[in-house]
Design a protein around this ligand. Sequence first.
Ligand code: BGC
Ligand code: NOJ
Length: 810
Amino acid sequence: MRFGHFDDENREYVISTPKTPYPWINYLGSEEFFGLVSNRAGGYCFFRDAKLRRLTRYRYNNVPTDDGGRYFYVKEGDTVWNPSWGPVKTELDAYECRHGLGYSRITGAKNGLSVSVLFFVPVGKTCEVHAVTLKNESKEKKTFQLFSFIEWCLWNAEDDMTNFQRNYSTGEVEIMGGGQTIYHKTEFKERRNHYAFYHVNSAVSGYDTDRQTFLGLYNGFHEPDVVFSGKSQNSKAAGWSPVASQCLEITLGPGETKELSFVLGYVELDKSQKWESKSVINKKPATELIATLDSKAKVDAELGKLKAYWTNLLSGYSVKSSDDKLDRMVNIWNQYQCMVTFNMSRSASFFESGIGRGMGFRDSNQDLLGFVHLIPERARQRILDIAATQFEDGSAYHQYQPLTKRGNNAIGSGFNDDPLWLILGVAAYIKESGDFSILDEQVAFDNDESKSKSLLEHCKRSFDHVLHNIGPNGLPLIGRADWNDCLNLNCFSETPGESFQTTENREGRTAESIFIAGMFVSIGPMYADMVERKGDKAEAERVRSEVKKMERVVLEKGWDGDWFLRAYDFFGKKVGSKDNKEAKIFIEPQGYCVMAGIGVESGHAKKALDSVKEYLDCPYGIVLNNPAFTEYVIEYGEISTYPAGYKENAGIFCHNNPWIMIAETVIGRPERAWEYYKKICPSYLEDISDLHRTEPYVYAQMIAGKDAVKPGEAKNSWLTGTGSWNFVAISQYLLGIRPEWDGLVVQPCMTKDVAEYKVTRRARGATYEITVKNSGQARPAKLTVGGKAIEGNQVPYAPAGTTVQVLCEV
Ligand code: BGC
Ligand code: NOJ
């Protein structure tokens, strides 16, 4: 069943009911100021860091679900309603939510009055605009009240939800223009040099800033006293919970329209500029920001800029084929999700509370892969930030806070795959941009500038970290875990609540990962290429010979007969082997080892992928392991804690499905790769939205696997490396266009169902218009560049500003 439709021309998903199977959300903002907004106007916003600089409140896992957001209440006579249906839930005569790129527009209508609210963050500004259009669609004159409402968060979202003994006494506001602008200034008096405000560009009849007054102590958002009584109380918050609500009295003649612009903004001040006078905050920057958005014309112009921003970004890679589900994912939604994951990592979604994980070392490096072609300069800065959280021995903080850019001590390090992802991120950036100068950047270790070394040296330490941590079989030690956070082979936890990620109850140098070995063989050569290009041939040779050695070890010690083993445990026993009782086969090493080219010639690779098909594939995607664990296995850790079919225990953990797609292209099987692509690709799942539950325009981290209670049900949408890896798989390996060091590789491995397609790809300032005539045979491509046939599959990079015509026959 569907709950809306794609509007490709406008790059929107149009939701036709507020009662979607789960709140379907969108993101506002692209650089510093971000918001999440659901199709019921639920959500919140923050500046840079969803934990440390939260502007508005949201309660996760609340009942009713998705309560708290930016609400507009209409009171006409005795009828109170919201254009977003909730929180009041008065049945509407019409409802629509359009989630677009960086904006959402929710429209509701009741009794001939239509109220449409456009939410967006203007490019380069630190605020949200809530542009309200009121239209009297009836034949009568209408007189009604419009109430706005947001609830302030006291900045640190975690503290805000826990430290009530202090927080109930700290809240402070200032009110200007009779409530037209409400300033939230909690803790401004002391160490905070920032405040927030909520403004409307029209006179108001009243306001409220105290939550209890607005709602009533025992009322929810669906029954605010002030709205139902039709009378703002002009309350001034003193402690407790400050909010911002304005009331406007509106009369509209038949057919008449009124436009309002609400601005929810954030201001940072220099310490010396904080005050206008004693206890009065300096409002100049806020007033200036407001002045840029105080009319419909200005708001429209900003929306235009946002749309142009996305048109430009998305023109870097686009496909035209006969399959519109494919085209809309590649051209719009997959790239959009890549931007969101780049910005958010795993911090703030409707499944990630915004206070947990900050930016992940491995996550952010992988998120780069699908983002780097959009804005290479931002990827560059991100790489430098990530690298600065690496330790001198090559290991790394597993996470860091986006606001401070400092490693997160609460989780620390010890995930032995982390270092290698840095090399992959750096290589992706250089291949995209040609900017080898990044390798010379001096980058701190552990954020200590006095310990700076070149980024190339950081990559060396990443590579060597593996070599310094080799186990008894010659394979990389796993540490706390590798990519699979839940395979905790040194954890041995018996204490409820103990973190599987940070606990190592046994000090072991036995548990080894075949997955890291696959990464080493796949990613190591990228470091060799870089260092060679920097003139150090001897180092490149050393690296390549270590990689060769590891490849041999994988085939000798990491092969189980029909597939690659997953690991060796603390006791040196095989993990992911036919000899195991459960979890005989895992997806990750099959993907990464084949991507690395291991066993392609010898036939091991094909065997491994055939085993994936036989044991791991199911109608909804490829599960992580099989059979699922049914008991807690103390020597394996968190993986065996999940009920069968969920998350890392035999869920379809979508992130690694594209590794198998890519692996299938490595051994030249386009139909298999395509089948796997479609199985988890959200646009192909739109018709089963009732089962799938999460948004049909973005990937989810996990779809319940074949052993689950409800196979096919997805969770954890938006913030997942799935977005990035699927874009890599489809754009670089199936459609087959990928940047290499010296040229654009054009080597499709695409289903015969798509017999012809055109890709427009921007790279290093030039544009490539590539027409592919596809037999579906996975043959070496025959390329004609600018009318001339060339050898091989690489189109040399052309000068910036030029357009190159490429014909590819395969
Ligand atoms: C989840 C993982 C996640 C980890 C770290 C686990 O409970 O299953 O997917 O990466 O926690 O937060
Ligand atoms: C989610 C984490 O963010 C990611 O780093 C990890 O690789 C996967 N879970 C798998 O455990």
